[in-house]
Design a protein around this ligand. Structure first.
Ligand code: AMP
Ligand code: GLY
Length: 432
């Protein structure tokens, strides 16, 4: 089969890497890809938001299956366009992608179908929202309705912080029309977990659990990022809790969507807060998580391409369970200095070959490029090209072994200003 993967992050590198292991895969393209993906797939310079360009490419290159990584292009209806053209594509359609594109849609659906989530209220008038914040007091959480690249959520410890967030979203319009509406919600306490499932709308098969590390510094300090590391499985999600999350959150949501006439196909990712009153949904994403996918896919023994094809063809019931490597997997993100704020690019990356020689290590690339070498020997094969640069990923018989193995590999790698957290997975060690 000829496959096209859309995206350019560590998540897409992990997806391409996993698909490349399938006997069914004959040729893999990635649009636009990155330095590491270019080692295992043909990268093509088409942007992820160029739906007509991607469609034309898929037609011309006779692509058998397209796999979509990022949410924005799903929200813009790439799946609908490909389907209209009779092309196979893995991911939810535009209406289903509303679950991530609009937090208001998602919260209202949860309320209607009794999916546990934080209490909330929706506002389209900043003055009303301000009065509500003053009445309710702190802490509270202020959320922009639309897509804001993970920056549209502020957990406010004080009323002033909440009002500042409101101003930023609704008045300064930092996220544009994504801030036309806001949600003010109850602040939940607990540990977070990421539960991802794959569904063809009839059958739902869960992926292994994972935990992300959203804050930029050790001990969960500093601003939120796209994710500084992850590990799988999340020991805190016991089999009983996993079942409860599937029953009360995942199935109710997919059934609720179906009752609204929306067919959900692809990956559904639930961000869960494990509160003392049980698991509650923080958000839904309509795609694989990043970096969670980098920690989940190295443990997956089943053929991901076969699974994706089954979803597109509505035959997921043929695969009622995925097979997993029992070992733990840890992914440590190496980021550019300054991330999630402004950062520099084009720094040479050293030590990747040494890291790759360590047993059970795979280094996924997020923001890297391979510099063009014009007849000269370059001292580095890859340069940095983003905030999150690499996802150094390792397996171990225990989470502690996986951590030690991964950090040994991280120690071999360097680039100017490289920053990484030193406590990825520690929560699982202390709770085991
Ligand atoms: P979201 O994009 O909705 O997942 O929010 C990003 C992060 O904000 C989550 O991973 C949580 O850490 C935090 N968060 C979101 N909603 C709440 C809430 N109701 N209570 C506490 N923390 C929250
Ligand atoms: N790791 C968080 C996300 O993928 O949205």
């Amino acid at each position: 089969m000829r496959i096209l993967v859309i995206g350019s992050g560590g998540r897409e590198h992990a997806i391409v890497w996993k698909i490349a292991q399938s006997k069914l895969a004959k040729k893999i393209f990635c649009a636009p890809g990155n330095g590491g993906i270019a080692d295992i797939a043909e990268c093509i310079p088409i942007k992820t938001d160029d739906i007509s360009g991607l469609l034309e490419f898929a037609r011309e290159e006779k692509i058998d299956l397209t796999v979509v990584g990022p949410e924005a292009v799903l929200a813009n209806g790439i799946v609908d366009e490909f389907q209209k053209a009779g092309l196979k594509i893995f991911g939810p359609n535009k209406r289903a992608a509303n679950l991530e594109r609009s937090k208001v849609f998602s919260k209202e659906l949860m309320a209607k179908y009794k999916v546990p989530t934080a209490d909330f209220k929706v506002f389209d008038d900043p003055e009303d929202a301000k009065r509500y914040i003053e009445k309710k007091g702190s802490p509270c959480v202020v959320k922009a309705d639309g897509l804001a690249q993970g920056k549209g959520v502020v957990v406010a410890k004080t009323v002033d912080e909440a009002k500042d967030a409101l101003r930023m979203i609704m008045e300064d319009k930092v996220f544009g029309s994504a801030g036309d509406k806001v949600i003010i919600e109850e602040c939940l306490e607990g540990e977070e977990a990421s539960i991802l499932v794959i569904t063809d709308s009839k059958e739902v098969v869960a992926l292994a659990s994972a935990q992300d590390h959203k804050r930029v510094f050790n001990n969960d300090l500093g601003p939120n990022t796209g994710g500084m590391g992850a590990y799988s499985p999340a020991a805190i999600v016991t089999p009983g809790l996993f079942k409860e999350i599937l029953e009360k959150i995942i199935y109710r949501t997919i059934d609720g969507l179906a009752k609204e006439g929306i067919e959900y196909k692809g990956v559904l990712y639930a961000g869960i807060m494990l509160t003392k009153d049980g698991p509650k949904t923080l958000e839904f994403n309509v795609r694989f998580g990043d970096p969670e996918t980098q920690a989940i896919l190295p443990r997956m023994k089943s053929d991901l391409l076969e699974v994706m094809l089954a979803v597109v063809e509505g035959k997921l019931s043929k695969i009622s369970q995925f097979k997993w490597d029992e070992r733990s997997c840890v992914c440590v993100v190496c980021a550019s200095e300054g991330y999630p704020g402004a950062y520099q690019k084009d720094k040479k990356i050293f030590g990747l070959d040494q890291a790759a020689q360590i047993k059970d290590i795979v280094v996924f690339h997020s923001g890297t490029i391979r510099p063009a070498v014009h007849g000269q020997q370059s001292t580095a094969k890859y340069m940095t090209n983003g905030g999150r640069v690499l996802g150094v990923t390792g397996l171990g018989n225990t989470v502690k072994e996986a951590i030690d193995n991964t950090y040994q590999a991280v120690g071999k790698i360097s680039f100017e200003g490289m920053h990484y957290r030193r406590d990825i997975g520690q929560k699982a060690v202390s709770s085991s």
